[in-house]
Design a protein. Structure first.
Length: 310
């Protein structure tokens, strides 16, 4: 299968490399020091508890305009780049490519559909802890690595199943969802809790879930996000938050979030689309979100990167 991966960081780098090693024609769009290191070292290296994987440097290009025809496009850039990527994908989508965003948040596909034929945009979420360890190297932490995707309109079922089979042959845990909007919100509820608490506490999930006060914060942040989802018309079971809290207890104690990683590295944060997004959507829908608003306020000075002390 011909696959384009837009963004070769932790998410795109991991899944794209696994798909490339399985014999698929994968083209990565990368940039900056990461791309320079990939070219200098002969490819991208993924270090994982599941093994070490590599994608050759000749599969990496600096711009979407350099990508050839594709059957599937995986979008794995930060949320602030979504609109620019959507504009750059117009030709590929018009030629029949299906676009799956693996980004965080719940607004991503709305942005993509503003620029692309709606039927070409499938919903998608991923479950993985992976990040750029150093330019040219991806570190995958823990054994979790799962993709969930599917068309919003219920069509393209056979095509979605074909991509699932491609993922399975590559050793990637993958699932086609019959209710992808719900799956996206379920991931959003979990991720908002994980990212907001690990970033605000500056500790991995093991510390957050062990202390009674921060465990309550984790639960409340997820409960507010779930309430906003229900007010948006998405069906989320009343037991869902407790189930997610129990799921957090199964995660490796050292697991953290990409936002916590970015915070520690002094990078820009996706906060406006995570806890900030919950707070904004809640205000528009009349749903109280005091815990998410507090997390967003605490982290606000770091949104554009490490703040300067004047």
């Amino acid at each position: 299968m011909r696959i384009a991966v837009v963004g070769a960081g932790g998410v795109g780098g991991y899944f794209g490399t696994r798909l490339a090693e399985a014999g698929n024609e994968v083209t990565f769009v990368a940039r900056g020091r990461h791309l320079e290191a990939i070219r200098a070292n002969g490819g991208l290296v993924v270090r994982s508890p599941l093994g070490e994987f590599r994608a050759p440097s000749d599969r990496f290009v600096p711009a979407l305009a350099d990508v050839g025809p594709a059957d599937v496009v995986l979008v794995a850039v930060k949320l602030w780049d979504t609109e620019d990527v959507a504009v750059g994908l117009r030709d590929l989508a018009a030629a029949g490519a299906r676009v799956i965003s693996l980004q965080n948040g719940v607004q991503k596909d709305t942005v993509l559909r503003e620029h692309l034929p709606p039927r070409t945009v499938w919903g998608g979420v991923c479950y993985i802890s992976a990040a750029i360890e150093e330019p040219g190297v991806i570190a995958h932490r823990g054994g979790m690595q799962k993709l969930v995707f599917g068309p919003y309109d219920g069509e393209d079922g056979a095509r979605a199943e074909e991509f699932r089979e491609v993922c399975a042959k590559a050793g990637v845990d993958a699932e086609v969802s019959a209710d992808i909007a719900r799956a996206v919100w379920e991931k959003y509820v979990f991720l908002t809790g994980l990212s907001g608490t690990t970033s605000a506490v500056r500790q991995p999930i093991g510390v957050v879930r062990r202390d009674p006060a921060t465990r309550a914060l984790l639960r409340d942040v997820m409960a507010e996000a779930a309430a906003v989802g229900r007010a948006s018309g998405v069906h989320l079971d009343e037991s869902f938050v407790e189930e997610r809290l129990a799921f957090c207890d199964t995660l490796p104690a050292t697991m953290t979030s990409s936002m916590h990683h970015d915070l520690e590295q002094g990078n820009r944060l996706e906060l406006p689309w995570l806890s900030g997004g919950v707070a904004d959507l809640g205000r528009a829908l009349g749903v109280p979100t005091p815990r998410n608003r507090t997390v967003a306020d605490i982290l606000a000075p770091y949104v554009q990167g490490r703040p300067r002390v004047e």
